[in-house]
Design a protein around this ligand. Structure first.
Ligand SMILES: *Cc1c(COP(=O)(O)O)cnc(C)c1O
Length: 448
């Protein structure tokens, strides 16, 4: 074990120390070397150090340099040092995070981290929550709680009796609803197309004045952080209209929920705490390792009734059992890294991380505009959408930026137009990273 971990440490250091200078995308040579993994399963065992050597020699060069500070794809951040170290130690611990009796420490850190996040994000003090794989599962769990609560009020036991013959529920979404919410509706038997869509404005925000007549059989799916523009729905208006009618509001806040933890941006999330359920990610803006998502529900009993597994052999105590608030049983102890990230940043460090990313995004937008390119969104958070002329030119610039390797940005379609999407979500991104990336974008774009 000692030799193996010593070897591991040296390899991990070599990887992290070189990450800021290497190409963000793997080289063609590195991709070719992936063929090394095309081998028959060996009959005989192999020494663990040899396995690690192969993984590092042929695997590390084929990674995307996500932790290097110049990766701007998919709204995903890097990993904070404390979160990485906590993840590694938790790996050494090998705890099963399902029940308190299986891991007292995993359960404890979940309790603490949940309390901190509820306060940081301005959620109702009595809210409950669970640690899931990502916002997709967070949306599923939150909407399951909504389904439970609305049907329960009508005397229907959906968990026991299913949806056949149940009273009808209406689902209202903004036109810019994220695909993962539709996926949750599909899994919950609520139907991905059996929805009422409300038009969105030019930034992708649900237009609250166009909400249909709501009622107590309606779940309204709002969004905090449009995946393209970063815009947050008008949550105060949505929640007050919904609650006046007895409807439920679920907020998909995969990354945008964290705006609430930053005093300079919190106005964007006004009204957030009025909703009934929320989903967010740890592996996006909080910068913890994959996979890490969260669900919060105003009344923890609704979440528990909707998702928990019950069987006679499973332990229950008077305290919060992690597994009672998520659809899974055995799982890794995700709360450890969330605790470590929050404990290392503190309230101020988290606010600074969020604000720094937003300011970097503004700098990108200013630099691109100054060079004559069109920024398609109001840069209010960490997202920038830029067009380099017509759709074909934009697509060619995106491909060339990715091939250049200085930084990495993805593409999208925004309101019918192709755009390059810059998501600044990493604690590691510095002003120098932004300037180098901007220079590379402009250099590449000039050649197209
Ligand atoms: C990323 C994202 C999701 C899905 O989150 P995963 O962590 O990938 O499951 C859902 N909604 C929004 C707005 C997102 O940005």
């Amino acid at each position: 074990m000692k030799d193996l971990l010593t070897d591991f440490t040296a390899r991990a250091l070599r990887y992290t120390e070189g990450i800021g200078e290497r190409s963000v995308t793997p080289s063609p040579d590195a991709l070719q070397q992936l063929a090394q993994f095309d081998e028959a399963l060996p009959n005989a065992p192999t020494d663990a150090r040899e396995v690690l050597r192969r993984l590092d020699e042929f695997g590390s060069p084929a990674t995307m340099a996500i932790t290097g500070g110049r990766y701007f794809g998919f709204v995903t951040g890097g990993t904070l040092p404390a979160a990485l170290a906590a993840n590694l130690l938790a790996g050494v611990w090998d705890q099963n995070g399902a029940y308190r009796v299986m891991s007292p420490i995993a359960a404890k850190l979940e309790d603490v981290a949940l309390g901190w996040m509820i306060e940081l994000l301005g959620l109702p003090p009595g809210a409950g929550g669970g640690f899931v794989t990502g916002a997709t599962m967070g949306n599923l769990a939150g909407l399951a709680a909504a389904r439970h609560a609305l049907l329960r009020r009508q005397g229907w036991r959906v968990e026991e009796d299913g949806l056949f013959g149940a009273p009808s529920l209406r689902i209202v979404v903004g036109d810019e609803v994220h695909a993962s919410v539709l996926n949750a509706l599909q899994l919950l038997g609520l139907g991905r197309e059996r929805i009422e869509r409300v038009p969105a404005d030019g930034q992708g925000r649900l237009r609250a004045e166009l909400l249909p007549q709501l009622d107590a059989q309606t779940i309204v799916c709002a969004q905090a952080g449009n995946v393209n523009t970063g815009a947050l729905d008008p949550l105060t208006e949505i929640c007050s209209a919904a609650h006046a009618a007895g409807a439920w509001v679920h907020v998909d806040g995969a990354f945008g929920l964290w705006a609430a933890a930053c005093p300079a941006r919190a106005h964007l999330a006004a009204g957030l705490g009025e909703a009934d359920s929320w989903a967010t990610d740890g592996h996006k803006w909080l910068n913890v390792p994959y996979d890490s998502g969260l669900v919060f529900v105003r009344n923890p009993d609704d979440l528990r009734a909707a998702v928990s597994v019950t069987a006679a052999y499973l332990p229950t105590t008077g305290e919060r059992e992690p597994s009672h608030f998520i659809p899974e049983m055995s799982r890794r102890a995700r709360g450890v890294e969330i605790w470590a990230a929050l404990r290392s940043l503190g309230r101020q460090g988290l606010a600074e991380l969020i604000e720094r990313c937003c300011q970097h995004a503004t700098r990108f937008a200013d630099g691109l505009r100054a060079a004559g390119y069109e920024v398609l969104n109001d840069v209010v958070l960490n997202q920038v959408l830029v067009s380099f002329g017509n759709d074909d030119a934009t697509r060619r610039v995106i491909a060339a930026v990715q091939a250049d390797g200085t930084c990495w940005c993805g593409g999208t379609i925004w309101q019918g137009r192709a755009a390059m999407r810059i998501s600044v979500s990493s604690w590691r991104t510095t002003e120098d990273d932004v300037e180098r990336s901007l220079a590379a974008m402009l250099r590449v774009a000039k050649t197209i």
